[in-house]
Design a protein around this ligand. Sequence first.
Ligand code: ADP
Ligand code: MG
Length: 321
Amino acid sequence: MGEFDLIEHYFKKPVRHADLGIGDDCALLSASPGQQLAISTDMLVEGRHFLSTVNPARLGHKALSVNLSDLAACGARPKAFLLSLAMPRVDRTWLEGFSEGLFRLAEAHECELVGGDTTQGPLNISITVFGEVPHGQALLRSGAQSGDDLYVSGTLGDARLALEAFRGTVQLPSPVLESSRLRMEMPTPRVALGMALRGLASAAADISDGLLGDLSHILRASGVGACIDLPKAEQLLACLPHWPCPEHLLHTCVLAGGDDYELVFTAPAAVREQVQQAALLSQTPVSRIGAIRAEPGIQLLDRQGLVVQRQFQSFDHFATA
Ligand code: ADP
Ligand code: MG
């Protein structure tokens, strides 16, 4: 099977929202009246972001999911995406699974594949997404104010827990391993929540590199600091009682885990009720885990309200030991 047959067979679908899709040198997109285009790209590299043994349908899901998560963080509605794919050879079984997982999520979000690039090489998946957000309403990292509430969506740390199990640093009962593995391999982009937070959240980011790391991007961009109440952060882990792991690992997973694809965001205390409404409307659990304060840095408070001194390292591809 050649390059063009492959594209035709696995990736070409009629477009409904774009003006022109796969087959020409460019796709054509128009922003709806009053909307800005929100654009983001994310790459998954074999051996770095996923193992060669991962189920291809889950990989297709994840490749798009991590991109939709960026749109969610900006409060944008997904519209279209481009797929650039390098693969060592044409593996029909793999392509079948990959495209199925990819399109299932794409269809759920009415986000259509309008083009891309296909080449031979080490397995590497790069997606660029296009979304729409009403002019001036995108959620940014720079708007957090002292006194704002600090929130996260969903649960944190599951993906890191699965990774630790694969690394052999923790032994998990198989139901826990399966559920945390599913969170690692098939993250849920919080698109509906992001859109519901327009006009409410003062700042937002998605958590790809760990809560502390991604929160610190918001803090730096906004020129503020934050205080996190650890017991509150623990309560957000609905799955916590099932985690048979020591406190240190728990904190590492929850605070610095990475691959969560949840949203961390801030909002004025005055809109606390509306934030809960947004959570209900989008059917996404949201937990208030602390507050923004003027003093820079992140302070962690334990059960007794004492400051926790331990340092956590969030994920950085180019960090030196
Ligand atoms: P070019 O020669 O301009 O790089 P190609 O010949 O590689 O374009 O691609 C032909 C068409 O197929 C283009 O419309 C391109 O966007 C689309 N395409 C190529 N690879 C993919 C892919 N992996 N997924 C979706 N569309 C693709
Ligand atoms: Mg061309």
